[in-house]
Design a protein around this ligand. Structure first.
Ligand code: H79
Length: 432
C-alpha cells in the first residue's frame, strides 16, 4: 500500500512538473527555426587547448587544480580572428555555432564579474573572445549557442563528482547554494551581454551519478534562462529522456537511437527537436597528436543521416591555442560547404521523411516533396515501403532525369538511370 501511494505521489509530482513548463510562443518558434537550421559547428576552446591533449587533460592527468590556473597567465591566442572563424562556418553551410563559454576546468572564455578566472581579467590577452564571436555571428547571420558546464574542477564549492578525483581540490568545502548562485550570475551575464542566444547547452549532469539524492535545481536555471531570453532554447547533455523546461534533446557521438559510443544506453527519444553532436577527430578540445579525423564524406553523410532521422547535426572543432582552426578542419569545412551549396535544399527546412531510415540511406521531406538520399545501394532499382501516399512524379535531383516508378502492394520501386555511387544520390519524389 505504502509503495503504491509513493508511486502515485511520484506520478503526480512528475505530471505537475511537466505541466508547469508551458513552452512560450517564442520558444515554439525558436524550436522550429532550430529544426530548420539542421547543421551547426561545435567549438571546444579553452586553457586546455594549450596542453594539446583534449579538454579532459586536467582530470585525465590529475593536474593539481591550483597549478592548472597558471596556464591562464600564458594564454595569448595571437591569431584569433572571430570573423575568420564565422566566415568559414558560414561557407560550410552551418547555421549555428555552439561555443564552450566555460568547460569543466572552470575557466570562463568570456568577461565575468563573478571571478578573475576569465579570459579578460585572468590572461594577458584581455579580449572578450565571446563578444567578438557574438558580433561576428550577428554580422554573418549565424545563431550563437552557448555550452555551459555544470561541473567545475576549479571551485571547492562545486560538490565532488565522478570526475576530477585526483586534482587535489578539497572535497569538504562544497556548498551548492554558493555554486548555484555563481552559475546563475554567469548565466545572467551570458544572456544579457552577448545579444540573442539561440540555446544554452548544459553538460555535466552525469558527474553526480554516484550521488543519486543530488538535486541540480535545474528548474531555477531553466526558468532564469527563459525569463531573460524568452526565445532561448535549453538543452542538457544528461543522456536521459528530456526533462521539464528543456527545449531540445541532444545526443553525444551517436545518431538518436544508436549507442555505438556508450553515452546513449537506453536513452528514450522524446518529442522535442533532436540534435547529434560529434567530434571531427577523437576528442573535443585540441589534441596535438589526434590525427584520426573523420573524412569529409563521413561528415556529409552524417548531416544527411541525421536529417533523415529528424535530427540536427553538429560537428566539433578544437581550435589551436593560437586561435587558428586546425588545417584538417578547414579542409573539411570547405568540402562540406561545396556539398551543402549544391544540395542544401534537400536538408535545410526538411524533416525526417515518411520512409524511415534504411541501410541504403534516408529520406527527408518538405511538404509534398520527398528527397530519397541513397548512400549505400548496389542495384539500379530501389524499393521504398511507401504505401500511405501516392507518387505523382520522380526525377533525379541532379540533371532532372525522369525516374520510373512501379507500384505494388508493399510500396514502390524506383528504376534509377545507373547504380548509385558517391557520397549521396538524390531522387526527388513529388507526393500526392
Ligand atoms: O564537452 C564534451 C566532453 O568533454 C563532454 N561532453 C562533450 C560535449 C563529456 N564527454 N564525456 N564526458 C563528458 C564524460 C561522460 C561520461 C559518461 Fe558516463 C560515460 C557518461 C555516460 C557514460 C560516467 C560514466 C557517467 C556515467 C557513466
Amino acid at each position: 500500500m505504502k509503495k503504491i501511494s509513493t508511486l502515485l505521489l511520484l506520478m503526480v509530482a512528475c505530471l505537475t512538473a511537466s505541466a508547469q513548463y508551458q513552452a512560450s510562443p517564442e520558444i515554439l518558434k525558436a524550436r522550429t527555426e532550430f529544426q530548420d537550421n539542421k547543421f551547426g559547428i561545435y567549438i571546444h576552446w579553452g586553457l586546455y587547448s594549450m596542453l594539446g591533449n583534449g579538454e579532459w587533460v586536467m582530470s585525465n592527468r590529475n593536474i593539481n587544480y591550483k597549478e592548472y590556473t597558471h596556464l591562464a597567465d600564458g594564454f595569448y591566442p595571437s591569431k584569433f580572428d572571430a570573423e575568420e572563424w564565422v566566415k568559414a562556418f558560414k561557407a560550410a553551410g552551418a547555421r549555428y555555432v555552439t561555443f564552450t563559454t566555460r568547460h569543466h576546468d572552470g575557466f570562463s572564455m568570456f568577461k565575468t564579474s563573478a571571478n578573475n578566472y576569465n579570459i579578460v581579467d585572468g590572461t594577458p590577452f584581455h579580449r572578450d573572445v565571446l563578444k567578438e564571436l557574438a558580433d561576428a555571428c550577428q554580422k554573418y547571420g549565424i545563431k550563437l549557442h552557448l555550452y555551459y558546464s555544470h561541473v567545475d574542477w576549479s571551485r571547492p564549492d562545486y560538490p565532488q563528482g565522478w570526475s576530477g578525483m585526483g586534482i587535489g581540490k578539497p572535497k569538504d568545502q562544497y556548498n551548492y547554494d554558493s555554486y548555484l548562485a555563481f552559475m546563475k550570475h554567469q548565466l545572467t551575464e551570458l544572456l544579457t551581454n552577448y545579444g540573442p542566444i539561440g540555446a544554452i547547452w548544459f553538460d555535466g549532469y552525469w558527474d553526480q551519478k554516484n550521488n543519486p539524492k543530488f538535486d541540480w535545481r535545474l528548474d531555477e536555471q531553466y526558468s532564469l534562462i527563459h525569463r531573460l531570453q524568452p526565445g532561448c532554447l535549453v538543452a542538457n547533455n544528461h543522456h536521459k529522456a528530456p526533462k521539464p523546461g528543456e527545449d531540445l534533446q541532444t545526443f553525444e557521438q551517436d545518431l538518436p537511437g544508436q549507442n555505438t559510443a556508450g553515452y546513449s544506453k537506453g536513452t528514450v527519444i522524446g518529442q522535442l527537436p533532436l540534435e547529434t553532436v560529434m567530434t571531427m577527430n577523437k576528442v573535443w578540445g585540441y589534441d596535438i597528436t589526434d590525427k584520426k579525423y573523420k573524412s569529409s564524406e563521413y561528415i556529409i553523410q552524417h548531416i544527411i543521416k541525421a536529417a533523415g532521422n529528424n535530427a540536427n547535426y553538429v560537428i566539433n572543432i578544437g581550435p589551436r591555442p593560437d586561435g587558428k582552426l586546425p588545417v584538417e578542419a578547414v579542409e573539411r569545412l570547405k568540402a562540406i560547404g561545396d556539398w551543402m551549396g549544391r544540395y542544401g535544399e534537400t536538408i535545410y527546412g526538411t524533416r525526417g521523411g515518411i520512409v524511415r531510415p534504411h541501410d541504403w540511406g534516408v529520406t527527408t521531406q518538405k511538404g509534398n516533396t520527398l528527397y530519397v538520399h541513397i548512400m549505400n545501394c548496389q542495384d539500379r532499382a530501389l524499393f521504398l515501403p511507401l504505401t500511405e501516399r501516392r507518387v505523382a512524379s520522380a526525377r533525379m535531383y541532379d540533371g532532372h532525369q525522369k525516374v520510373r516508378v512501379s507500384k505494388n502492394a508493399e510500396g514502390v520501386t524506383l528504376e534509377l538511370p545507373a547504380v548509385p555511387k558517391g557520397v549521396d544520390t538524390i531522387v526527388e519524389l513529388t507526393l500526392k
